[in-house]
Design a protein around this ligand. Structure first.
Ligand SMILES: Cc1cc2nc3c(=O)[nH]c(=O)nc-3n(C[C@H](O)[C@H](O)[C@H](O)COP(=O)(O)O)c2cc1C
Length: 371
């Protein structure tokens, strides 16, 4: 079984190691416009020795936004900002995918164009919380706003937004894109049997609930080819008030099957429950293994906190091929090098996960051995 330090080919894209950077929202894009810039370029370039960088979630349209200062990937200014990032990453030998995001109902009218309600598969409010920015600049957590259900005739426009975002990602120099279908955001709100009770072709039966994901992936592949499109799922996850449903397992297997047929770059599986509870009766090792078999391509595992040994054990057990690290990548810009020499790892500081400045973002030091 491969070691995390061994190279991996993602359907032809060579990555020097299997230690990937997980997508991490840090809410530091410039406002107005939700534009990334030098701050983000420095951040990602510092981490470029990781096998693959997956960008923070980037909204595909103004409607796709749910938190303050998250960057978008739909305007010329955002493309120019992301170009700075990809150029810096490539200049130091890295690879970077953009995570394409639409939050759906996990939003607030403050973030929506003209203060309109956020959209979802159905008009059911999430009991989850979102962030807004107060007029004095302070951030506050508030209840998500009541959404409206997307009309059937709007679905084509939504898919077109994914296609447009993929073209913007290409223009910005990204090596590929990851479609965010995890964590109870819009695509997950369509996948979910407990939420998506629509009676048109986009809801009800599993095949219908998968339609938005498959169209979004196809839209991205038109620009990038299948081999440069990944998908992120959080199997059996219930973040943002998405209750479990009796066909969740069957749904995950069908999704893995369909995506595998298309020979995507990778399938990225976030185990929401780990490290608190590794296999919790909903997400089981059996399901993880079955998804790996059904997808039959590179699987990226995630959710290990600081437990790198557990990550390697799951690779050894054949559950995946690479591991995306989130919080460890925040606090260890040189994570790949540190792990390869067994250097100590720095702890992360949750108080600076989200913020406006370089503090807690670009000032985590590289490891320097004591003389
Ligand atoms: C600050 C922070 C921001 C995150 N932002 C995103 C995001 O933009 N997209 C996403 O899919 N997951 C996001 N996540 C989830 C992480 O990608 C990852 O799944 C989670 O941190 C578990 O991995 P870890 O144990 O290696 O940290 C975020 C997590 C944290 C802590």
């Amino acid at each position: 079984m491969p070691n995390l330090h061994e190279p991996i080919s993602l359907r032809g894209l060579s990555c020097p190691n299997r230690i990937f950077m997980a997508p991490l929202t840090r809410q530091r894009a410039q406002s107005p416009g939700d534009i990334p810039g030098e701050l983000q370029a420095e951040h990602y370039a510092q981490r470029a020795s990781m096998g693959l960088l997956i960008s923070e979630a980037t909204q595909i349209s103004p409607e796709g936004k749910g938190y303050p200062n998250t960057p978008g990937i739909y305007s010329d200014e955002q493309v120019a900002g992301w170009k700075l990032v990809t150029e810096r990453v490539h200049a130091v030998g890295g690879r970077i995918f953009a995570q394409l995001w639409h939050v759906g109902r996990v939003s607030h009218v403050d973030h929506q164009p003209n203060g309109q309600p956020p959209v979802s598969s159905v008009a059911v409010r999430s009991k989850g919380f979102v962030g807004i920015k107060l007029p004095d600049g302070r951030r506050e957590r508030v209840e998500a706003s009541h959404p409206r259900a997307l009309e059937t005739h709007e679905m084509g426009r939504l898919v077109a937004d994914f296609a447009h975002a993929a073209r913007c990602a290409k223009a910005a120099g990204f090596d590929g894109v990851e479609v965010h279908a995890a964590n109870s955001y819009l695509i997950n709100q369509f996948l979910s049997g407990s939420l998506n009770t629509r009676s048109d072709a986009w809801g009800g039966a599993i095949e219908n609930r998968m339609r938005l994901l498959m169209h979004a992936v196809e839209a991205a592949a038109e620009t990038f080819t299948w081999s440069r499109v990944g998908v992120r799922l959080s199997p059996m996850g219930s973040a943002n008030d998405l209750p479990p449903h009796h066909d969740d397992e069957e749904l995950m297997l069908r999704v893995a099957d369909e995506l595998g047929k298309r020979r995507l770059a990778y399938l990225h599986l976030f185990n929401h429950y780990w490290p608190k509870e590794k296999w919790n009766g909903l997400y089981t090792e059996k399901l993880a293994r079955a998804m790996k078999e059904r997808f039959d391509g590179p699987i990226v595992l995630n959710g290990y906190g600081a437990d790198v040994d557990a990550a390697q054990r799951d690779i050894d057990a054949g559950l995946g091929d690479a591991v995306a690290f989130g919080k460890l990548a925040i606090s260890n810009p040189d994570l790949a090098e540190r792990l390869s020499v067994g250097a100590p790892l720095s702890p992360w500081d949750e108080s600076t996960f989200y913020g406006d400045c370089a503090r807690g973002y670009n000032d985590y030091p590289r490891f320097t051995p004591a003389l």
